[in-house]
Ligand binder design. Structure first.
Ligand code: HEC
Length: 192
């Protein structure tokens, strides 16, 4: 439900309604470790809740990006609204993603596969970040709400990135490089 476009936008703008995100996330308790579930109620300094992307692990991977300088692999996942938009040619065609589209980026460190060291596999999760399309709420950042949660492998917990809501300006300033592509770097590569 929360991933449904219209509902996510409503949830972003109302504090009262936002508490239902927490209530809804609590519904999943008991199936996985509490620490893992605790992440859903975290909020980025601009108010965006981690729980907005609950279930993202099963969203479609639309791209992988390798950053040799940072020795990292990034997976880009898209919610169904964003996947449909990619199929319509967005953002290469210069059109904007529809409201409720969400793109998630997950960064991992790398390590050789033990049994075959020439092959490299993802190792430790570094961070989960995402951008949600909601032009009314996020007028100053190209119509996108940005959020980043940094992962600590030792404590197995996440920390919201940014001292205050202004952190999103940093995200936006760099994503402005791809203004012509609705501020999205990732292009969808169809398989096979
Ligand atoms: C210095 C430039 C820069 C900054 C700052 C930056 N990004 Fe990005 N972002 C990129 C690049 C380049 C990509 C595509 C390559 C990759 O995956 O690393 C990307 C990809 C993404 C994606 C996948 C969708 C897309 O545009 O391809 C998300 C989501 C994302 N960034 C979120 C964020 C968030 C949240 C912040 C701020 C906390 C942020 N970014 C700050 C450069 C930046």
């Amino acid at each position: 439900m929360r991933l449904n476009g219209k509902k996510s936008i409503l949830l972003l703008s109302g504090v009262g309604i936002a508490s239902s995100i927490i209530a809804a996330s609590l519904g999943g308790w008991g199936q996985t470790a509490p620490k893992e579930n605790a992440k859903w109620s975290l909020r980025a300094p601009n108010g965006i809740q981690f729980g907005l992307i609950k279930g993202y692990e099963r969203w479609q991977v639309v791209a992988m990006h390798y950053r040799p300088d940072m020795k990292e692999m990034r997976y880009i996942l898209a919610n169904p609204i964003a996947v449909q938009a990619y199929h319509r040619g967005i953002p290469r065609n210069g059109k904007a993603f529809p409201n409720g589209a969400i793109l998630v980026k997950i960064g991992y460190s790398l390590k050789p596969i033990d049994a075959f060291p020439n092959a490299i596999e993802p190792n430790v999760l570094k961070r989960v970040e995402f951008m949600v399309r909601d032009p009314k709420t996020f007028k100053n950042t190209g119509g996108w709400g940005f959020a980043r949660f940094v992962y600590n492998q030792t404590t197995k917990t996440y920390t919201p990135y940014g001292k205050n809501a202004g952190f999103a300006q940093e995200c936006f300033n760099c994503h402005a490089i791809v203004k012509k592509q609705d501020f999205v770097f990732t292009n969808y590569i169809s398989k096979g």
